[in-house]
Every structure is written in C-alpha cells, then in structure tokens.
Design a protein around this ligand. Structure first.
Ligand code: CA
Length: 335
C-alpha cells in the first residue's frame, strides 16, 4: 500500500515537473545570424523536426545578420520542412551584411532542366524587436524559451524597447513576465580564454544582455560545439534518400574546400533548450557570466545567480548528441 502510494506521488511529481521541461510543445523564438556558418541552418532544421514531433512551437525566427538573402533562405528551409508560415523578423542594424557561402549560392543551384532547385521565395519581414514583442505579448506568462545563436543585438534592443500598442510593458518587464529561459551559443567557458565570434560582433549588446537579462541563461560555449562535429561523410550517408535536401546542399556549399568536420555550435543550444534533461549535456553550478576587457567571457560561481554553462561533454554525451543531430536534421516529413 505504501509502495503504491509512493509510486502515485512520484508519478504526479514527475508529470508536474515535466510540464515546463520537455513535454508539450515549448514556445520558442529563434534568433540567428543565419548565413555566417552552417550550424545556424542545422539548428533551424532541428527546430523544424521538433515542431513535427510536438516538442516545439516555433513562434518566430529573428535575424541579427542583415544579408537580404538570409530571410528568403530561412523561409525556403522552413517551407521545405513543412512550416512555411513561421514569421521572420529582421535586425534594425547593418551587421555582417554579406551573403557568405550559401545564402545566395543555394538559390543559384539548378535542376537538370536548368530551373532553380530551390526557387527564391518572397518574404515579408517585420522588424525583429516588433515581432518579438508581439509574440511575447501573446504568450502565456513564463512560457517562452529564447534561443539566441548569433549576436546579442536584437535581445539588447528588446530589453530597451518601450511600451507600445502591443504591450504596455517595456522590454525588460515584458521579458521578465513572458520568458522562462534563454539558451544561447555565446562565449567560451570551461577555462577556455577566448573572445568568441558572437560576443565580438556586438560587444556592447553582449555586455548588456549579461547584465540586464531577467531570466536564467544557459550558455553553450565555443568549446562545446567545437568538440561535437558532423562530417560531410556522415551528412551524405544520412541524406542518402534525399540528397537534394536544402540542408545537405547547404552543408556541401559551406564546407567546400575545407576539411570535412563541421562544428555544431548553435545546434547544441537548440537541443539543450528543447531536451534539457535527457542525458545530452551537464550544466555547471549557477553563477554570473560577464565579458571582460579582452571581450572574453569569465564566470564566477554564485548560487544566488541564474547563469549556467554546459560542462565539457563526455565521449558518451558526444555520441548521443551526434546521433540526435543526424536523425533530427534529416527527419522525413511525418504528415
Ligand atoms: Ca550562429
């Protein structure tokens, strides 16, 4: 009898604890510098797979990269993976405006008959912060997970945004009310002393984010994505049934002329956000991250603070994460 009661209590506790973490579709805003590296595209593909699995509700994709081909690329990939209507927000600033290796090149690929393999879609973007405010205002309290895998430009602007017709809350209060967690590919930790790309590209915004963001932040440092790689050979094998999947073609365009191992920086922040407690990663004790005078992230443990970073992955975690990435990226349409 006592055992039965304990099982009942444990079951109730398990489901209560699982509501905000991992079960049910997690509302997500994905903020990306799509085009600067291939991992942003891999991360978006995995979010699309999570939508089909009922694990994620992708409210919006917002851009911190100002290339005019970035939004058409995102719409093309979302459409191919079955979700053409996800709204796209554009940064207000001119930051890394070049096309890089795949944003424009993907639309130049041709079928055998000479027509485009991926016709470039028309996209109506809205300002990123306007879109974020709208989606946050509509969301339930403490529900939204923000995933930031580019520069901190948009989130810093969101913090400073004034009350408007969408919400009578200013940005910081709106975030505090609606956002549950920020998962970000940002900086470097685990004793790695490095001025990381996403920080360096907008240092004032990165500092502002660390000082003022009012929810817990989980960091995936440079060293995590660097340690978990996906090779061209793995991609070709995984996409053998669909070699013209835009992600497979993106990967080939981006890796062309390089060695075959692609780091998975941004993809780790997505997996951590959607499946935090399934054995993929271990988080550090709580503390406070800041950006020092060398633009390097430094971390001080403090149980009263809400920052945590992913600890160096073990060999077992690395294998588990690669397995998830490869399967999710290439998941066939479920409906
Ligand atoms: Ca990125």
């Amino acid at each position: 009898m006592k055992t039965a009661r304990n099982i009942l209590i444990l079951t109730v506790l398990f489901f209560a604890a699982s509501i905000p973490f991992g079960f049910g579709a997690i509302p997500v805003i994905f903020d990306t510098d799509m085009g600067n590296d291939a991992d942003d595209a891999m991360a978006l593909a995995i979010l699309n797979a999570f939508i089909d699995r009922g694990e994620c509700d992708l409210l919006a994709v917002t851009l911190t990269k100002s290339s005019p081909n970035a939004a058409p690329y995102i719409k093309m990939l979302n459409t191919y993976m079955g979700h053409p209507d996800i709204p796209i927000g554009m940064t207000s600033q001119q930051r890394t405006p070049e096309d890089g290796k795949y944003l424009a090149a993907i639309f130049e690929l041709k079928k055998e008959d000479g027509t485009p393999l991926f016709p470039k879609p028309e996209v109506k973007t809205v300002p990123a912060v306007t879109l974020m405010r709208q989606k946050l205002a509509e969301a339930q309290d403490s529900s939204v997970v923000m995933i930031q895998v580019g520069f901190s430009t948009n989130l810093a602007e969101l913090l400073d945004s004034p009350a408007d017709a969408v919400s009578d809350l200013a940005g910081r209060e709106l975030v505090a009310k609606k956002v549950r967690l920020l998962s970000t590919m940002f900086g470097a930790f685990n004793d790695r002393y490095q001025a990381e790309y996403n920080v360096v590209n907008d240092v004032p915004a990165a500092r502002k984010l660390l000082e003022e963001w009012p929810t817990p932040i989980w960091f995936s440092g440079f060293e995590i994505g660097e340690a978990i790689t996906i090779s061209q050979t793995q991609m070709d094998r995984t996409f053998v049934a669909d070699p013209d999947h835009p992600l497979c073609r993106t990967f080939a365009l981006y890796r062309k002329g390089w060695d075959e191992f692609q780091p998975t920086f941004d993809v780790t922040s997505v997996l951590l956000a959607i499946r935090p407690y399934q054995g993929y990663f271990t988080l550090s004790p709580k503390g406070k991250a800041r950006v020092n005078g060398d633009n390097v992230t430094v971390f001080e443990e403090d149980s009263e603070k809400e920052h945590q970073y992913i600890l160096d992955v073990t060999a077992e975690q690395n294998a588990r994460v690669q397995e998830a990435f490869l399967y999710l990226m290439s998941q066939p349409k479920l409906k």
